[in-house]
Design a protein. Sequence first.
Length: 96
Amino acid sequence: MINLRKNDMSARVAAKLGVSRTQGDEALNAVLDTIQEALANGDRVVLTGFGSFEIRNVKARKVRPIRGGKAGSLLTVPEHKRVGFKAGAELSKAAN
């Protein structure tokens, strides 16, 4: 298994579009920026067949620290938001 990094992705996008690597990088950045802006506005992003991204609220909870001087005591993780992703049918099928 290899790690596919952003530079690798932009090169593949450029190859599929038959454009320069710089243009492939611009295209990939445009898509990623659009997704990021939509999530920042609280929108849900649905890419049919691929999956959907959304902001999820995580409730405050108590956890035990793994390391440190407070071992054994509970720490409170405050309420926060995170990005959630749910794979679409085609992506799930391709992964399996």
